[in-house]
Design a protein around this ligand. Structure first.
Ligand code: NDP
Length: 246
C-alpha cells in the first residue's frame, strides 16, 4: 500500500456511510489523517471502528452553521490545517414534479447546497496554498432523470460553484473539482427509496453494463486529492460507467 497521503490532513464530510466511508478508509490507508463527519453518532462510532487508524470522527449536521463552527474549531485545534476537503454529505429523494413541497425543496437545498457551501467556506481559513477541495455531485446534475428534479438542481448548482470558486479564490492556489457518480448502491439508496430491482431497467443503458462501487468513486476522489492531479482545476470527473455519454 502506498503512503502518498502521509502527513496530509483531510476532511471527508459525510464520512460515516456509503461512498464517504469508503473514501475515508482509502485515504487513511494511504497515510492521511482523516477527519470524518456525519449527523448520526452511532454510525460515526461504527465507521471509526471499521477504519481503525488515522481517523477522527466529529458529529455535526452540515445544515447547521453552528455545528460547522464547532467542528472546524475542533479541526483547527487538532491539526491547524486541512490539505484536502471532500464535501460528500448529501441526500435526495425521488419526488415527481407535481408533488414537490416546500419541505422537500428546503430539506434538499439545506443539505446539498447550504451544507456544501458552508463546509467549504468555513474550511477556507484552514486550507494552505495547494490544497484540494473535491465536491461530490451526481449524474443527476448532468442529465435528466425522472422525478429527481430537486436533487438534480442542487447537484447542478454544485457544478457551477466549482467553476465560480476556481476564479473567485484564484489567489489562494486551491484546487476545486467535482466528482459526479453514477449508480452506486449504498445505504443512501434505502433513504432515497431505490432498490436493486428498480435499477434493472437502467443497467442495459450503462456502457459498462453494471452499477459502480463505492471504491470506484473513492479512487477518483483520491486522484483529485493527490498531487498527480496538480493541473486539474474546475473540472468534473463523471464516474458512471459511461451512462451520461450515450
Ligand atoms: P449515504 O446515505 O450512505 O451517505 C450520505 C452521507 O452524508 C452520510 O455520511 C450522512 O451522514 C451524510 N449526511 C447527510 N445529511 C447530512 C447532514 N444534514 N449533516 C451531516 N451529514 C449528513 O449515501 P451515499 O454514500 O450514496 O452518498 C454520498 C454522496 O454521493 C451524496 O452527496 C450523494 O448525493 C452522492 N451521490 C451518490 C450516488 C449513489 O448512487 N450512491 C450517485 C450520485 C451522487 P448522517 O446520515 O449520519 O448525517
Amino acid at each position: 500500500m502506498s503512503n502518498r497521503f502521509e502527513r496530509k490532513f483531510m476532511l471527508v464530510a459525510g464520512g460515516n456511510s456509503g461512498i464517504g466511508l469508503t473514501m475515508a478508509r482509502l485515504l487513511a490507508s494511504e497515510g492521511a489523517s482523516v477527519f470524518i463527519t456525519g449527523g448520526r453518532q452511532a454510525e460515526l462510532d461504527e465507521a471509526i471502528k471499521e477504519i481503525g487508524t488515522n481517523v477522527i470522527g466529529i458529529q455535526g449536521d452540515v445544515t447547521k452553521p453552528a455545528d460547522l463552527d464547532r467542528l472546524f474549531a475542533q479541526i483547527q485545534e487538532t491539526s491547524g490545517r486541512l490539505d484536502v476537503v471532500v464535501a460528500n454529505a448529501g441526500s435526495g429523494k425521488f419526488v415527481p414534479f407535481g408533488s414537490y413541497t416546500e419541505e422537500h425543496l428546503d430539506a434538499t437545498f439545506a443539505v446539498n447546497i447550504k451544507g456544501t457551501v458552508f463546509t467549504v467556506q468555513k474550511a477556507l481559513p484552514l486550507l494552505p496554498n495547494g490544497a484540494s477541495v473535491v465536491i461530490i455531485g451526481s449524474i443527476a446534475g448532468v442529465k435528466g432523470m425522472p422525478a429527481f428534479g430537486v436533487y438534480a438542481a442542487t447537484k447542478a448548482a454544485l457544478r457551477s460553484f466549482v467553476r465560480t470558486w476556481s476564479v473567485d479564490l484564484k489567489a489562494k492556489g486551491i484546487r476545486f473539482n467535482i466528482v459526479s457518480p453514477g449508480y452506486i448502491p449504498t445505504p443512501g439508496y434505502d433513504l432515497a427509496g431505490i432498490t436493486l430491482e428498480s435499477l434493472e431497467p437502467v443497467i442495459p443503458q450503462i456502457p459498462l453494463g453494471r452499477v459502480g462501487t463505492t471504491h470506484e468513486i473513492a479512487s477518483a476522489v483520491a486522484f483529485l486529492a493527490s498531487s498527480e492531479s496538480s493541473y486539474v482545476q474546475a473540472s468534473e470527473l463523471v464516474v458512471d460507467g459511461g451512462l451520461t455519454e450515450v
